[in-house]
Design a protein around this ligand. Structure first.
Ligand code: UDP
Length: 458
């Protein structure tokens, strides 16, 4: 375990943050940390050896990094599937407890100093994926909030699972997959996280409903119905303060190196001509699926910037997955990178569409830059996000599973050349709302003020 107390806050309050070790969870937690630091709190981040944050990138935070041999072994390639990693997070309980005790001891010792810098720990903000944190913090009376890094609509679905079972929607059957869920419209039964182990969802719900408050990376204007329903269901404060990358003084919190050739290549393209393709940090696909995508992209004749990260193609890398002569056929019309500066890419004038897996961060980022989406959800909450994008907000088109190259090419052309304009005008309206909500008097701006006062009350 490493870590020392250094920075003290203007407010005399320290916040402990415990992110789940996945890119899509670390990013918003780091943005939240940066935002709360700018409000005067000092920050300690507790982290595992899986996807470790480079401490020198965040010199104003204190880190407490603990060891866990299982997660350490998973950091080495090939990465295991996400459910395996999530399940093994339970083995961090003791190391986390030791880390917490160390921080509490150090803070108590610092309190006895005579330099006038008395500080106390106001609260812990944890990812609700951590199953053991609620009972541990309750046993020492440490206030705990959770950061919800996914949509609030997905949280509403998780809260509704018992009633969906009671009403007979679950378990799903072959003949009800296309039924729209009346109180969760436009979601259909098939969009529910059917393959996701239920004990994990129950963990998220339990850790959320037993917390002192839920911080959500969303904005009320985007998810007004779900926000109102969740507020009604949970007797704790709810703080929709997103989009966090717009609220945080530094939105660039990527823990992986971003390939800047993405931008130099985009600079050579015409406005709104490029389809940006990325499936996030954890989703994987078979070599056969990857090939179908590659052919579809080629046949669409649209310029593409494609992120093929290490581990995306199961058991293979991009170089030995593409058919012979593919890169020559694509020529200057395509550019591959292992990891892109996604926020910069989406805001680049040459980008006209985003082929995405609809992870919540990617979905929000696309909305914030007004880029219509081609949705190819792969697992977890992505089907629900994609349904909202395509059937709810109507700012994207959903590709059904098992789609073939001709249809891929047709859908890409439809998005980029035919129906894109209507979607673009709807997403531009949402982009304006996202911009306004973080300005003074806006819904998320007000929510962050409420959150700050709430944290100061501990
Ligand atoms: N991202 C990035 N470069 C890439 C691809 C993704 O910086 O080449 C970032 C993206 O901006 C987003 C995060 O990685 O903030 C992915 O989170 P998301 O919730 O979309 O998907 P996940 O990785 O959790 O499946």
């Amino acid at each position: 375990m490493e870590g020392t107390m250094k920075q003290t806050s203007k407010l005399g309050r320290r916040l402990l943050l415990f992110p789940a070790p996945f890119h899509g969870h670390l990013n918003p937690m780091l943005q939240l940390a940066t935002l709360l630091y700018s409000k005067g709190f000092s920050i300690t981040i507790i982290q595992t050896p899986y996807n470790p944050i480079n401490l020198t990138d965040f010199p104003h935070f204190t880190f407490c990094s603990f060891h866990n041999s299982l997660l350490e072994s998973y950091s080495k390639s090939p990465p295991p599937d996400t459910v395996t990693v999530i399940s093994s997070m339970d083995t961090c309980c003791e190391a986390f407890r030791d880390c917490l005790s160390q921080i509490l001891r150090e803070t108590a010792a610092a309190d006895t100093d005579t330099d006038g810098c008395k500080e106390h720990i106001a609260a812990l903000i944890a990812d609700p994926m951590w199953k053991f944190v609620g009972s541990l913090t309750a046993s020492i009376n440490l206030p705990r909030l959770v950061l919800r890094t996914g949509s609030i609509s997905a949280l509403l679905v998780y809260l509704s699972l018992p009633s969906l079972r009671e009403k007979g929607y679950l378990p799903a059957r072959d003949n009800n997959l296309d039924e729209i869920l009346p109180e969760l419209s436009p979601l259909k039964v098939r969009d529910l996280p059917l393959e996701w182990p239920h004990h994990l969802l129950e963990t998220f719900v339990r850790e959320t409903e037993t917390s002192h408050g839920v911080i959500c990376n969303t904005f009320e204007e985007l998810e007004s119905y779900a926000t109102a329903q969740v507020k009604r269901s949970l007797p704790i404060p709810i703080f929709p303060i997103g989009p966090l990358h717009k609220q945080s003084p530094t939105s660039d919190t990527s823990i992986w190196a971003q390939d800047q050739t993405s931008i130099t290549w985009l600079n050579k393209q015409t406005p709104k001509s490029v389809l940006y393709v990325s499936f996030g940090s954890v989703a994987t696909m078979s070599k056969a699926e990857f090939l179908e995508l590659a052919w579809g992209l080629l046949e669409s004749m649209v310029p593409i910037l494609w992120v093929v990260r290490h581990g995306l193609i199961q058991g293979s890398e991009v170089n030995n997955s593409l058919p012979e002569g593919y890169l020559d056929m694509l020529g200057e019309r395509g550019h591959f990178v292992k990891w892109a500066p996604q926020l910069e890419v989406l805001s680049h004038p040459a980008v006209g569409g985003f082929w995405t897996h609809n992870g919540w961060n990617s979905t929000l980022e696309s909305i914030c830059e007004g880029v219509p989406m081609l949705c190819q959800p792969i697992f977890a909450d992505q089907d629900m996000n994609a349904r909202h994008v395509s059937d709810g907000w109507k700012i994207g088109m959903k590709l059904e599973k098992g789609i073939k190259r001709e249809e891929i090419a047709r859908s890409i052309r439809k998005l980029m050349l035919e129906e894109g304009e209507e979607m673009r005008s709807r997403i531009t309206a949402l982009k304006e709302k996202a911009t306004l909500c973080v300005k003074e008097g806006g819904s998320s701006y007000t929510s962050i003020e409420r959150l700050t006062s709430y944290l100061l009350s501990f």
